[in-house]
Design a protein around this ligand. Sequence first.
Ligand SMILES: [Zn+2]
Ligand SMILES: [Zn+2]
Length: 341
Amino acid sequence: MRTVVIDGPRSVRLETRPDPALPGPDGAIVAVTAAGICGSDLHFYEGEIPIPGPVALGHEAVGTVVDAGPHVRTVQVGEQVMVSSVAGCGACPGCATRDPVTCSAGLQIFGSGVLGGAQADLLAVPAADFQLLKIPDQISTEQALLLTDNLATGWAAARRADIPFGGTVAVIGLGAVGLCALRSALAQGAATVFAVDRVGGRLERAAAWGATPVMAPAAEAIIAATGGRGADSVIDAVGTDASLIDAINAVRPAGTVSVVGLHDLQPFPLPVLPCLLRSITLRMTTAPVQRTWAELIPLLASGRFDVDGIFTARMPLAEAVTGYAIAGARSGEQVKVLLTP
Ligand SMILES: [Zn+2]
Ligand SMILES: [Zn+2]
């Protein structure tokens, strides 16, 4: 099978490897029909997260079950499924809450060196009953692919941002996760969403989706626009020192900063005293992917909540190198790349 591999900064290639074996009697093999390139893949691509050796990339996949172990109960060979990007053992008290982050065996993420990569023809999925969900009829392939990571993350970012009904929210970073967070904040009761980025095209897209565009850094403009108060909730979907400082500066006293952008491994200089004196709540979240599905699938199926327009480029898996170049450019025209094996 073919799989996208990275072995150093910007060094991505398509490699042929042996087909994966069933990962135990509770595992399944999924023939991938669509895979996303995620902002977190770009941390490997741009060399911010060092890798010990070649890593098979990709953690967002939908596809067809082509093999399932004898203990798999909830999906069958031939069914179309989505694969949670974050995996748990499926059997412990933590996984019983549907949040793989709380798995007592520790969470695993596809395409980061331990499990296989989703940007491939085939993906081996352990504990398939926990990781896989048959795609409901009303859910499109692109919606299902966003449910494996970016929408679950944006939704969780908003849920953990303590958004008051009628509240004011700022979303910093208008890539796929930020755009999902923007729509989630509106769906969760925000009256005003400030959409913050440095790229004009991305600000224009967010404005078209009902947000108030603000060029980063945004704290000064947000403080001014809220009568000196600040936003009730700020979502940081970038994860740099600069974006997190901007978030802390933009939030109102007793407000919440919700971080889902992947920070690098360097320590962050947290301004503790100003945060303490203003009673800031700071939350950081890896999405409880499987748990979000019970909320998001009915909302998407109802048609009253949508994430159309997030995938802006679609290409065969064979063109993954081009896909990475497009995603890595972070232009105003492109948001997210979909690869089709
Ligand atoms: Zn991701
Ligand atoms: Zn577990």
